[in-house]
Design a protein around this ligand. Structure first.
Ligand code: SF4
Length: 370
């Protein structure tokens, strides 16, 4: 199906997204903000104190393309496990701390690369100060992670509900404490489970500060609903140039969060990782089983990192156009299909050989073993 170009600049081209200018914060060996690519994060779902399981999950996340990993630190057992986890993984490790500031102090001793604190539930200013001073000494950045569900009572009673302005006030109040202590390695997040509030809160924060913003929709939901909510919320913000790193929260294995994050970034041409199969929805004109072939190809290419587009189209009416636009394309016909490589016809293929022919071209183009 040939699409019309979305013309926003009158020249037949979609306008480039201009990213908001932010300062750069280093988390271990990864830069967030400035001109750095938008960084993909995830969070483990294991008991952090179970180092064997946690390290295994992080290694699987690394393979999926996760660039920063966060682990929950609910108690001192989890906090004390961080050192062992840290030395066993390649990507930066962030400790997620709620309520007990002493856990943040242990996490720093254990050598984490970043802290995420929810100041709304850490309590007294002195406690936040202790954490900030220790982080400053070790040059470890802090994400101030405001959640709509845990805003300070004082701010809630002022706004009547955890509105975007209430979230912003909470975030800025805590940013100020850190700044007063000379701490600037700050990232901010302002998450609500409601997409519209989240979007508005980030827009307000983007106007008020130049700290890098960590995007996410909290408690987004199961794989399907969470993916949709995240794609809409995070997508709106990214399309406005807001956001330096993101985590898609899903009630699903964390590797899926990483996949979805890259798909959101790819949809906006902000980043590409791994191959993508563009398949037609199929209809009464289809001459081949598009769904079956798509699933077969997707299962074979899982884990590849080369950013190539593979089109699988069901018929010769609309198929060849899309197939030609992709790096590798197949337009199905009766018992035969036309294969395209980088826009050029590469020959007719019998239906029984579709999968093998596509995989051969994918392997040649990516030089990655399938
Ligand atoms: Fe489009 Fe042909 Fe696929 Fe139908 S079968 S959706 S017309 S490409």
């Amino acid at each position: 199906m040939k699409r019309k170009d979305i013309s926003k600049n009158g020249a037949g081209e979609a306008m480039e997204i201009r990213r908001r200018k932010t300062r750069v914060v280093r988390i271990g060996n990864v830069s967030v903000g400035g001109r750095s690519p938008i960084v993909v994060q995830s969070m483990t779902k294991t008991d952090t104190a179970d180092t064997r399981k946690t390290i295994k999950q992080i290694k699987s996340l690394e393979k999926a393309g996760c660039e920063i990993v966060r682990v929950a630190v609910p108690d001192s057992g989890a906090a004390r496990a961080l050192g062992k986890i840290k030395v066993s993984i390649k990507i930066p490790l962030v400790a997620d701390i709620h309520f007990d500031h002493r856990l943040a102090l242990i996490a720093l001793e254990e050598g984490v690369d970043g802290l995420r604190i929810n100041p709304g539930n850490i309590g007294k200013r002195e406690r936040v100060e202790q954490v900030v001073k220790a982080a400053l000494k070790r040059k470890v950045p802090i994400r101030i992670g405001v959640n709509a569900g845990s805003i300070e009572k004082r701010i809630l009673s002022k706004y009547g509900r955890p509105s975007p302005s209430a979230m912003l006030e909470s975030a800025l109040g805590h940013t100020k404490i850190l700044e007063e202590l000379g701490f600037r390695a700050i990232k901010l997040s302002l998450k609500a489970s409601n997409v519209r509030d989240t979007v508005e809160a980030y827009r307000l924060a983007a106007k008020e500060t130049d700290y890098p913003l960590h995007l996410g929709i909290t408690e987004a939901g199961s794989y399907v609903s969470g993916t949709i909510h995240s794609a809409v919320g995070i997508g709106i913000l990214l399309s406005e140039g807001i956001g330096d790193t993101l985590r898609v929260s899903l009630t699903a294995p964390p590797e899926r969060e990483v996949e979805v994050a890259y798909e959101i970034l790819r949809a906006l041409d902000l980043r590409k990782r791994g191959p993508r199969v563009i398949s037609c929805p199929s209809c009464g004109r289809a001459e081949i089983d598009v769904e079956k072939l798509t699933k077969q190809v997707e299962s074979k290419i899982a884990g590849l990192t080369s950013p190539i587009d593979i089109a699988i189209m069901g018929c010769v009416v609309n198929g060849p156009g899309e197939a030609q636009d992709a790096d590798i394309g197949l337009a199905g016909g009766k018992g035969l299909g036309m294969l395209f490589v980088r826009g050029k016809k590469a020959g007719k293929v019998k239906e029984k050989d579709f999968l093998a022919a596509l995989l051969k071209e994918i392997e040649t183009l990516t030089r990655e073993k399938l």
